[in-house]
Design a protein around this ligand. Structure first.
Ligand SMILES: [Zn+2]
Length: 292
């Protein structure tokens, strides 16, 4: 995604991985695969790779620079985490792309995670002398209190709902709290009259969207409220990684209904470049219109 401005705020993207990633049925277990292929034939060609029959899903971080602060939203999968395939990327371009924006670890004032999954919390920490430490020494990390509590309980109780034995929470979240760098907040939190939250549950229990407002303009980082533009046409198709797929579908219907045909710019984490776009109504459904 090219760098954009929303009023006085600049927003850029750091891509960790890109390209074809998952088959339709793997990503959306309740999808009608033939219908999905017919929809995809009418959509932007960069959304689907017919050769591998896979949806294109990048992993990325948004860098939000307000006049006062530099904020990262979602931090991809990180480095040296030892995750099993397919999260065992051999080389992580994230750091190269971070430095290409002229940034150092010390420059980051805030880190916000829309939710606490493996591909949204990775660069929260890095390995130093065998210990996971906060990557950004001057940053406050903003976690929704109940989202954090859910994954803490998931790890400590052995519920293991994502099959990682709590390793994502232990490596990427707990060290932030132990270092005293976490701000455990609720959805009433705001920063500088520019950065606001709304709870959009389903993909995870307290998943939040981030609203960035400046000089009458607004953009929304939608996290994993949607993973692919197909879900604007078929809001009932929930990802196989949702904590509550029924609730996540409800959240999409409500969100799309609320923002369809508005000028508010959407920034979905897993949409390929140009990434940003708007929700448009489409009969009794919706469609995603990418902005060039
Ligand atoms: Zn994700």
């Amino acid at each position: 995604m090219r760098e954009i401005t929303v009023g006085d705020v600049r927003i850029a993207s750091i891509v960790e991985r890109d390209g074809p990633w998952r088959k339709i049925a793997n990503m959306f277990p309740n999808a009608d695969v033939e219908l999905a292929r017919r929809h995809l034939a009418t959509m932007d060609p960069f959304l689907y790779d017919p050769g591998s029959d896979k949806l294109v899903l990048p992993y990325q971080t948004f860098v939000v620079r307000t006049p006062r602060h530099t904020i990262l939203i979602d931090t991809c999968t990180g480095d040296h985490k030892g995750h099993p395939a397919p999260w065992d990327f051999p080389v992580q371009p994230w750091l190269t792309n971070f430095h290409a924006l002229g940034l150092k670890y010390e420059d980051i004032d805030y880190v916000f995670c829309t939710h606490l999954h493996i591909d949204h919390t990775g660069w929260n920490t890095r390995l130093v002398n065998g210990r996971w430490v906060p990557t950004f020494p001057n940053a406050k990390y903003i976690f929704h209190r109940q989202e954090y509590a859910f994954w803490e309980d998931d790890a400590l109780s052995g519920a293991n709902s994502h099959g990682d034995n709590g390793s994502v929470w232990r490596m990427n979240c707990l060290p932030i709290v132990e270092a005293g760098q976490a701000l455990l907040i609720d959805e009433s939190y705001s920063l500088d009259d520019t950065f606001f939250l709304s709870v959009t549950p389903g993909h995870s229990p307290f998943h939040c969207c981030v609203h960035i407002r400046s000089r009458g303009k607004e953009a929304i980082v939608t996290g994993d409220l949607m993973h692919h533009a197909l879900q604007c046409i078929e809001p009932d198709w929930s990802s196989g990684f949702d904590t509550d797929p029924i609730e996540s579908a409800k959240t999409r219907w409500k969100f799309f209904g609320q923002y369809a045909d508005s000028n508010i710019l959407m920034l979905p984490i897993h949409f390929p470049s140009p990434t940003m776009g708007r929700i448009a109504s489409n009969g009794d459904r919706f469609r995603y219109v990418f902005s060039a």
